[in-house]
Write a protein that binds this ligand. Sequence first.
Ligand SMILES: C[S@@+](CC[C@H](N)C(=O)[O-])C[C@H]1O[C@@H](n2cnc3c(N)ncnc32)[C@H](O)[C@@H]1O
Length: 382
Amino acid sequence: MHSWHKNKEIQNYINANLSTDLHSLLLKKSPFPEVSMQEIVQQIKGKQVAQKKFPFLLKDGIVFPPQLNLEQASSEKTALYKSEILKGNKFIDLTSGFGIDAYYLSKNFEEITLVEQNSELLEIVEHNWNVLDKKANFINQKLEDFLNENKETFDVIYLDPARRDLNKNKVFLLEDLSPNILEIQDKLLSISEEVIIKLSPLIDLKYLISVLKNISKIEIIAVKNDVKEIVVFLSKNYSGEIICKCVNLENDEKDFSFEINAEKHSEAEYSEPQRFIYIPNNTILKAGVFNLISKEFKLKKLHPNTHLYTSDAKIDNFPGRILEMEVVDSKQIKKKEQFNLISKNYPLKPEEIKKKYQLKDGGNQYLIFTQSKKGKIILKSV
Ligand SMILES: C[S@@+](CC[C@H](N)C(=O)[O-])C[C@H]1O[C@@H](n2cnc3c(N)ncnc32)[C@H](O)[C@@H]1O
């Protein structure tokens, strides 16, 4: 680690420029001969990201890696949530990156190992963990080589693979990740009781279930209804039902857990809109648990392809939004009125509806354009 990180004057300069425009700063010459402006900006950028994503690192002496490593790192919020369910003796993170997951997930373990192929990144993490007074074995190796040489067993192996291909429009498969989990899953399960893999919300759950072995649980984790992670748990010798847990952090909504097979064996009941309308949160939509929700909460669904539910009496604990609404005629919608517009299973997008009816966005009232079994309908807040 460069000694300039300890220089008080440079640190003061970094702290004084936390809200400066970084593009214009990059055009300037560094005021310090021992460090380039690019290196200074990397530290400023790191602190800016840390303010939102990992405030526990806003401490004197912490060093930040290049932006890509900051982007790839988990947030403190999701890492902290994941840490609450883990406990054991030996924990290993095979793709430790900037080490945010490893820092939190290993909280309740005695012996901690971090494997990372990028030596500069691992050096930064080792330095930071010293500052934070957290102990671990740091191994700078490709995990495939580590696994070939390793003779130890673990309680938990954690992996957060990197995307090889940044083309977001492509359907993505586990083969597109580094490491390729499909090639190493047998090996991992032979040396650990539990293997936990973090994946992008874009991954298809049915595909995952068809290619991974010994899945005991899948967690869909959102923060404020924005799905951030799919976390898959593989357990040694497990052959029971797969549990899917939908979690919406920083929200009052209750978690919803179900057996994947129970959805396949459930049928929804249908009805035209009643007094209350239920909009499932994004973890429920990602899980595709559309029939079981109707059965479990005794709610009626509006249409096989409309994932909205209804009831006369209000049902609490629903994992989503509950609105009191009535069916209206399009003539009852006045121009210039303000609504939160929602379009579900309806031919027009919210933008097109806004234009057609000359409406304004926002406010506390909702307007939902959708379909029930009888056909197209409009629902308005009462
Ligand atoms: C998405 S990042 C991990 C972020 C981490 N969970 C965190 O919270 O900071 C993935 C990391 O895995 C590393 N990696 C990818 N393939 C690897 C391999 N075959 N062996 C070792 N490390 C690998 C990459 O260098 C990258 O730093």
